[in-house]
Design a protein around this ligand. Structure first.
Ligand code: FMN
Length: 248
C-alpha cells in the first residue's frame, strides 16, 4: 500500500485502464473510506452509486462522450442526497424543513459528496489504482443521467469518478505555486500578476513538451474557454426538477 504522502503527492488523473477488475477487497476499502468521510453535522448528505454494469456505463458514455466511463472497472456517481433523511423524517412524523430550497442546502450536499469523492480517490491511489473525476456526469444531461440510475427526488449528481487498474502514467500537471494557493493570515495584498504569468507560461511549456498529445494551450485562456462552454449548462432548472427549488 502506498503511503498517504505518496498517494496524494504522486496522484494524477488516469484515463486509460487495463481490462483487469478491481478486487472486492479493494472496493470494500474504498467504500469504507467513503463511509468515514467528515460531513456537515454528521448528516451524511450524500450517497454513491457504484456502476459496474457495462450496459449502464455505455449509456453514460453515450451521453457524456467520456471514454474513461466505459473503460474503467467501476464508475462511481457521487450524489448530494436528502432523500434518506426525508424517508426517516416521514416515518417518524417529523416536519422536514425545506433546507433543500436554500443555496446552503445545495452547498452542504455538494461539499459532503465532494469530500466523499476525495476519500475514494485517496484510498484508490493508496491501493495503486487509477482514478479520474468526471464532471460531465453532472452537467451534460442531468435529466437523462438521473433516469438511468433511478434517482429519487432530493438527490442530484455532483460528480462521477472512474476507477480502474492504470494503463498509463501521464506526466503530472504543474499546479499553482504555494505563493498563489496558500495565503497566510489574510488574502495576499501584493500584485499576484507576475506569479500568475509565470504559472501561465509553465502550463504552456508543459502542454508543448508533455508526453502524448501536445498543445500550445496556456492556463488562463484555456480555462476561460471552459467557463464559456460551461455557461451553457442550465443547472438551476435541472436542480429545480430534482426538488431543489432554491429561494435563498
Ligand atoms: C470536479 C472535477 C470534474 C472533472 N471532470 C472531468 C471530466 O469530465 N473529464 C475529464 O477527463 N477529466 C475531468 N476532471 C479531471 C481534471 O481535468 C484534472 O483533475 C485536472 O486536469 C488536473 O489534472 P490531474 O488530476 O492529473 O492533476 C475533473 C476533475 C474534477 C476535480
Amino acid at each position: 500500500m502506498k503511503s498517504v504522502k505518496d498517494s496524494l503527492l504522486q496522484r494524477r488523473s488516469i484515463r486509460r485502464y487495463e481490462r483487469e477488475t478491481v478486487s472486492d477487497a479493494d472496493m470494500n476499502l474504498i467504500y469504507e473510506a467513503i463511509r468515514n468521510t467528515p460531513t456537515s453535522y454528521n448528516g451524511q448528505q450524500f450517497s454513491v452509486i457504484d456502476i459496474s454494469d457495462q450496459e449502464v456505463k455505455e449509456k453514460l458514455y453515450a451521453l457524456t462522450n467520456q471514454k474513461q466511463i466505459k473503460t474503467c472497472n467501476h464508475f462511481l456517481l457521487f450524489l448530494a442526497d436528502y432523500h434518506k433523511i426525508d424517508v426517516l423524517a416521514d416515518k417518524k412524523g417529523i416536519d422536514m424543513p425545506q433546507f433543500t430550497h436554500t443555496v446552503d442546502g445545495i452547498i452542504v450536499g455538494v461539499v459532503d459528496a465532494t469530500l466523499a469523492m476525495m476519500s475514494a480517490v485517496a484510498m484508490a491511489e493508496s491501493l495503486g489504482l487509477g482514478t479520474c473525476c468526471v464532471g460531465y456526469a453532472r452537467t451534460v444531461a442531468p435529466e437523462a443521467v438521473s433516469q438511468i440510475v433511478n434517482l429519487p427526488q432530493h438527490t442530484f449528481v455532483v460528480c462521477g469518478l472512474a476507477i480502474g487498474v492504470p494503463r498509463e502514467l501521464p506526466d503530472m500537471k504543474p499546479k499553482q505555486p504555494a505563493s498563489l494557493v496558500i495565503h497566510h493570515n489574510e488574502y495576499r495584498q501584493d500584485d499576484m500578476a507576475p506569479d500568475l504569468e509565470a504559472y501561465d507560461a509553465e502550463i504552456t511549456r508543459y502542454n508543448t513538451t508533455r508526453a502524448g498529445d501536445k498543445t500550445t494551450n496556456d492556463w488562463c485562456g484555456h480555462i476561460i474557454s471552459y467557463y464559456r462552454e460551461a455557461m451553457k449548462y442550465r443547472m438551476l432548472s435541472a436542480l429545480r426538477r430534482r426538488g431543489f427549488d432554491m429561494e435563498h
